[in-house]
Write a protein that binds this ligand. Structure first.
Ligand SMILES: [Zn+2]
Length: 298
């Protein structure tokens, strides 16, 4: 399978920072070892970012003029490399979406799913909202109009909700731990709030129910944007849910097969994952890649 990775583009981080920068290189190496073709996306244009985000945010990112509060809310120190990587990550998700829509049925970005970024604000390690940017660009290219976001990161997709919930041709579904970041929600079309400690059975039942409700309310979309967050895992440092690795893999299968049964292409992004040992994150993401690759060509 052809997949996209921005792992070559590191950025400076203070020692001990929770962002799992090293994971992406390990994951890319794993993908290559498994025989996948890994391509590197270029940076998405500023124009594409400006079609979704406030010009003041884009300009501040471009020029390195974030005020202290913005940088704190983002949670990452600004650098030119950080912005370059975020632009490449955003274009990577767009390339993966084009792969999915171009006959492969699935596409994958080994990153992306930057769901906390809103119109005017970068938040929670997310500079730009790749899901909203990709939706806008696909419409301009007349490749897709109606999109279903299935956000299975353990944190609520507040930025995606801000940007896409008001959009009648987008449906935002987000499953998350009820007592977790972000502490003030922006409502999705459908939010599923799970108690801390929810395990495989409770999670998978809630997911199946939510997919059914989304299908009833929104019908058949042109594309599913799937955020396969690794952070609902029981060992995650920021998650507070209790899914096993097998449960996460089943979750991926449920989402991918739900789309496939309806003939809907899926673009897969990784969103978050904060395991104390990077190899656990690589293992969870690699399982998502394997299940995605198994469905190339429908
Ligand atoms: Zn998360």
């Amino acid at each position: 399978m052809r997949v996209w990775s921005h792992a070559d583009f590191d950025f400076p981080l203070p020692p001990g920072h929770k962002y799992p920068l090293g994971k992406y290189r390990l994951l890319r190496a794993e993908a290559i070892a498994e025989g996948h073709d890994v391509d590197t996306p270029g940076p998405i244009s500023w124009e594409a970012l400006l079609r979704v985000h406030d010009p003041r945010l884009v300009q501040a990112m471009r020029a390195g003029e974030l005020d202290r509060r913005t940088e704190r809310v983002l949670g990452l120190p600004w650098s030119p490399q950080l912005v370059e990587r975020a632009r490449r990550g955003t274009l990577g998700t767009l390339h993966a979406a084009r792969d999915a829509l171009g006959g492969r049925g699935v596409g994958m970005m080994l990153g992306g799913g930057t769901h906390h970024a809103g119109r005017t604000s970068a938040r929670g390690y997310c500079l730009f909202n790749d899901l909203a940017v990709v939706t806008t660009e696909l419409r301009r290219e007349r490749l897709a109009q109606r999109v279903l976001v299935v956000d299975c990161d353990v944190h609520q997709g507040d930025g995606t909700a801000e940007l896409l919930t008001p959009d009648p041709d987008a449906f935002t579904l987000s499953l998350q731990c009820e007592r977790n970041y972000p502490f003030s929600r922006i409502p999705s079309d459908l939010d599923v709030e799970l108690p801390a400690g929810t395990g495989d059975d409770g999670y998978l039942a809630a997911l199946a129910g939510a997919l059914t409700i989304a299908a009833r309310r929104f019908g058949v979309p042109d594309l599913v944007l799937y955020l396969a967050g690794a952070d609902p895992w029981e060992g995650d440092a920021l998650g507070r849910l209790a899914l096993t690795k097998a449960g996460l893999r089943t979750r991926d299968v449920v989402v991918l097969d739900h789309a496939r049964a309806r003939g809907v292409p899926v673009v897969v992004t990784l969103a978050g994952g904060y395991p104390p040992e990077l190899r656990d994150g690589v293992e969870i993401n690699a399982a998502t890649l394997a299940e995605t690759a198994a469905r190339v060509g429908g």
